[in-house]
Design a protein around this ligand. Structure first.
Ligand SMILES: [Zn+2]
Length: 316
């Protein structure tokens, strides 16, 4: 009989902790890891110790996505074990120089398009700051939609992009259990984050559109419990999905009304939408803003004037 233990690991990010899951069946498998920090390592040692284990006994690791709080501690786990995740994690978990270059280039171009003032651009994107807590290690196995993982019998891999392009969840149909990473969190909404186009694509993904699709899919599944990447389990899945989708719709309409007053750049929208936050958390708030603009554009409620130095959004 498989047992699943939730361990809450401290991380040096505003969310403060991340949940990792130790699955004890025929083998010992860790799902997500915590950051590459001493505090995270000590917490993992201590919490595994309570159930009579040590991280050196871990036989497989699965990561739900490439963010440092979910994969950073990979660096300190046994070297010879399978590391499993979506194939697109690879440039992030190895911190490939090409990725860093394309990331910087992408944000420079995006910054100009979105009308971000020079002073903000000089601070640079926050990626390099979070990568300091991440790992440099390769996947050994990659999984895609519908795949099964030997170490996790009964679970199916689902691709759940939006919060990250690399995001997967693990679903056990037999009892409706969904190991969800950051797909659905009870107390905070999960941010769709902008990423550079990867894997041969030339255009960026539209993370909020992807995330809404992921949420709708989850809402249509007979999921009884979500083991979440942050905070408590979610058992009222459908109502929470509806609430998140509703909030998103309201925010998109708020942006539409702002643009009806007068056309704006994405940066101007961001400043008006998050007056207290945008300076401190530009990457996050801009991702959210661009997400809403993507949704409005997709729904043909706004169009973009790309003739000037900055893109200007206006209602249609
Ligand atoms: Zn994340």
């Amino acid at each position: 009989m498989t047992q699943i233990f939730r361990m809450e690991i401290p991380v040096p990010f505003p969310v403060e902790t991340v949940n990792v899951f130790l699955v004890k069946g025929e083998t010992l498998t860790l799902i997500d890891t915590g950051t590459n920090t001493d505090d995270a390592w000590n917490a993992l040692v201590q919490q595994m110790g309570r159930i009579g284990h040590h991280p050196r006994e871990i036989e497989n690791v699965v990561i739900t996505h490439h963010h440092a709080d979910h994969c950073g501690l990979l660096d300190r786990l046994p070297r010879d074990i399978p590391v499993i995740g979506h194939p697109w994690n690879e440039p992030w978990v190895t911190q490939s120089p090409e990725l860093l270059k394309s990331y910087q280039q992408f944000f420079a171009e995006l910054g100009a398009q979105m009308g971000i003032p020079e002073a903000f651009m000089r601070k640079g994107p926050s990626l390099t700051r979070t990568l300091a807590y991440s790992c440099r290690r390769s996947l050994t196995h990659s999984v895609r939609e519908g795949d099964h993982i030997d170490a996790l019998p009964g679970f199916t891999v689902l691709e759940t992009p939006g919060h990250a392009s690399t995001h997967i969840a693990l679903y056990r149909e037999e009892d409706g259990l969904f190991i969800g990473g950051d797909v659905l969190l009870r107390h905070i909404s999960s941010n769709p984050l902008l990423e550079p186009p990867c894997h041969g694509e030339t255009e960026r993904a539209k993370p909020l559109l992807q995330y809404n699709d992921t949420l709708r899919r989850l809402g249509d599944m007979p999921v009884l419990r979500v083991l979440a990447g942050h905070g408590p389990d979610v058992t009222e899945v459908r109502p929470l999905v509806q609430e998140r989708l509703h909030k998103q719709e309201q925010r998109a309409q708020k942006v539409w009304h702002m643009l009806r007053e007068h056309p704006m750049t994405a940066f101007e929208v961001c400043r008006e939408l998050f007056p207290a936050l945008y300076q401190k958390q530009l990457a996050l708030t801009l991702s959210e803003t661009v997400g809403q603009l993507d949704v409005l554009q997709y729904n043909q409620q706004v169009s973009i004037d790309t003739s000037g130095p900055h893109w200007v959004y206006h209602t249609r």
